[in-house]
Design a protein around this ligand. Structure first.
Ligand SMILES: [Zn+2]
Length: 195
């Protein structure tokens, strides 16, 4: 598909079969005065809009090392990742990143500046990664993590990383580190293409 094709940025929505208002089976159509296909309830008239989800995480730095977690869940079971996950209702992006780290690595951290904002329209997500200082070496990984471990920057397992948002975020950190300045990087990734 060509990036100039309008469908390029309109990937398949998450599927929802029944109306959460009345339980009736949903249809997919373009409502009046709208321009996109929606899940529509012909029984009660509810339109079930779908919007991108935020994934929030951190880049936990301990001296000359970065803390990574090995995933105990699909997708990418057994691969290494930065602590991150879906933002919950009622929390800020920073609170969500801190919570995900607590759940996945258990490391005590101080969150710093926002390092990356990554649009991933092919899966309807936006990923946000904060820099974070690790405050101590104690780890307490939760059930979604096989193990958590500190890696020297030279030993980051690039071929065993779970997601391109993770590898590109780590690349930005390592590129910025010699300057000691960490501006926010905003870019897009299309997961349907390699590289
Ligand atoms: Zn309904």
């Amino acid at each position: 598909m060509n990036p100039s094709d309008p469908a390029f940025y309109h990937p398949a929505p998450r599927t929802q079969k029944f109306c959460s208002q009345c339980g009736h089976t949903l249809t997919r159509e373009i409502p009046p005065d709208d321009t996109r296909m929606r899940d529509l309830c012909t029984h009660c008239g509810a339109v079930h809009y779908q919007n991108p989800r935020n994934v929030v995480g951190i880049v936990p730095i301990w001296g000359e090392q970065v803390l990574l977690c090995r995933r105990a869940i699909e997708p990418r079971y057994g691969k290494w990742t930065l602590p991150a996950g879906f933002m919950e209702l009622g929390e800020t992006t920073e609170q969500g990143a801190a919570r995900e780290n607590q759940e996945e690595s258990g490391a005590r951290v101080q969150i710093q500046s926002l390092l990356t904002i990554i649009d991933v329209p092919s899966v309807n997500q936006v990923h946000l990664y904060y820099l974070a200082d690790v405050l101590g070496p104690e780890l307490a990984p939760g059930p979604e993590t096989i193990e958590a471990a500190f890696f020297d920057f030279a030993d980051i397992p690039w071929d065993e990383l779970a997601f391109r948002t993770v590898s590109t975020t780590l690349q930005h950190y390592l590129q910025d580190r010699p300057q000691g300045r960490f501006p926010t990087h905003h870019y897009a990734i299309d997961l349907r293409f390699p590289g």
